[in-house]
Design a binder for this molecule. Sequence first.
Ligand code: HEC
Length: 143
Amino acid sequence: MKRLFLLSFLFLMLSAGITWSCTQDAGEQHPTLSELMRERTNQIRDIRAAIESGQQPDASLFEYDVFTNGEPSRDALKEPGVQGQLMAFDTFYARFAENPTPANYDIMIKTCISCHERLCPGPLRLIRSLSIEEMEEPGFQMF
Ligand code: HEC
């Protein structure tokens, strides 16, 4: 009997803990940096499709959350040096958005690549595949 009581008490504690952590997650609304990068990547795919078919990309494709709002997966990415590069990229990206020609598009993709070569080589193949003209390796250093 005593053991059963203890068990149900434990169970209660556990479920209370689970509910608590779920509510916390739902209320927080803090995207990860990777999520923001993936969202942007999807928009960029649609932007490329529009450019390649000779159309002006839809304005909604240029609505995004800036990279500095994303929660990085490791502390080293919170350093001001890295955050500054993310901010500089978005300033550059805003200029691309004003004038999304095929040439400016490929320059923008090269700036994704130059950061990724140093900080996050995982998705490099994916990013290169987004270019309009085939891109030689390595990209150039800008950010
Ligand atoms: C200034 C550096 C920098 C720039 C510029 C940058 N990225 Fe990233 N990107 C990162 C870092 C660092 C991560 C990993 C984030 C983490 O681990 O929290 C990342 C993550 C990603 C991911 C997710 C990888 C995964 O495993 O989920 C994709 C996709 C991506 N970036 C694509 C892009 C594209 C496309 C561009 C250009 C539009 C771009 N990135 C520009 C640094 C950058």
